[in-house]
Ligand binder design. Structure first.
Ligand code: PBG
Length: 333
């Protein structure tokens, strides 16, 4: 086999790579299907399952077609879902976000009734519901922090009432976790945990999502509320702040270009840590695969493992069913 030099000076790294069994034994990173969360886009209407142009293989479902999504997830062994909504109508303040019969509220009720074994996570943000596409209420062309907080809290409560089991604010307003925590407690949902998008960067990798959710800002960008990607220490401050406000889980988003941030937060923050492999990460892999440039399964295996190796405890990913299958087949983890 190997003709290694018999010298003590050499590190024989290859000895433990000689077979799949050996490699499997010395793996430092273990993956589990339990830690995967699959996003779904729910659209107001009937009999809709439209493929999203910027995210091949991902669809917008009307509530009546949702079972197809759940069957796909469950068949792969994924039992955690995060909901995003496309409402029938938008307005200045995003009132569709907290409507009792809002699109996410409807979807969550269906899921609770038909797929009770699936964990229901809801994204709290106004950008999909505002006519201007920003994540909060505008005043003088700027997103007003304090005026936005009660609307986010109201949205979280209405989602919890519909049956959401984990509330995930993604808006990046200051103080939103405290506002949401207070409102949930007051309305009888003190047992419902909050997963804060704590270190959410102002990222070009959200491009495909904004097409999918019709949530691109009509003017300007999100740099006055989402984080500047030059900063990593700030992610720790944001995470600790969210924990002090009552967050149960913190998040770093996006994932692949922020592995250093995931590692840093893992080392400095003692709370469960979620990472979000966002739409642009999915789209890059899909595009490369469709162009015949790289292999989708191999890329998903490697990138998913990298995110967990960096220190994530759980992962939101559009590739959740594929990642789960790779785990089942023993190709990763
Ligand atoms: C809502 C929200 C966004 C994403 C998750 N929640 C879009 C944004 O902030 O522009 C992005 C998810 C993705 O790209 O997959 N604010």
């Amino acid at each position: 086999m190997h003709d290694h030099a018999h010298t003590k000076d050499i590190f024989y790294g290859r000895r433990l790579r000689g077979s799949a069994a050996l490699r499997g034994m010395v793996r430092e990173t273990r993956l589990s299907k339990d830690t995967l969360i699959y996003p779904v886009f729910v659209q107001s209407g009937e009999n809709i399952k439209d493929e999203i142009a910027t995210m091949p293989g991902q669809y917008r479902y009307s509530p009546d077609r949702l079972p197809e999504f759940f069957e796909e997830a469950l068949a792969a062994g994924v039992d955690k879902v995060i909901f995003f909504g496309l409402p029938a109508a938008k307005d200045e303040v995003g009132s569709g976000a907290w409507a009792d019969d809002g699109i996410v509220q409807q979807a969550v009720r269906i899921a609770a009734e038909r797929y009770p074994e699936v964990l229901r996570v809801t994204d709290v943000c106004l950008c999909e519901y505002t006519s201007h596409g920003h994540c909060g209420v505008l005043e003088g062309g700027c997103v007003h922090n304090e005026k936005t907080l009660p609307l986010l809290a109201q949205t979280a409560v209405s989602q919890a009432r519909a049956g959401a089991q984990l509330i995930a604010p993604s808006d990046m307003m200051d103080g939103r976790v405290a506002a949401i925590r207070r409102a949930l407690d007051k309305e009888g949902f003190s047992g419902t945990p909050v997963m804060a998008y704590s270190a959410k960067y102002s990222s070009a990798f959200y491009g495909p999502f904004r097409e999918a959710a019709d949530s691109a800002p009509a003017f300007g960008d999100r740099k006055t509320y989402q984080m500047d990607w030059h900063n990593a220490r700030e992610a720790v401050r944001e995470s600790l702040a969210d924990l002090s406000e009552g967050a149960d889980i913190v998040m770093v988003k996006p994932a692949l270009a922020y592995l250093d941030v995931i590692r840093r937060v893992r080392e400095q923050v003692d709370a469960p840590l979620c990472a979000y492999a966002v739409s642009g990460e999915y789209a890059m892999i899909k595009a490369a695969a469709q162009a015949g440039m790289m292999d989708e399964e191999a890329l998903v295996a490697e990138t998913t493992t990298a995110i967990f190796r960096a220190g994530a405890d759980m992962l939101i990913t559009y590739h959740a069913p594929l990642a789960a299958r790779l785990i089942t087949e023993g190709r990763i983890g």
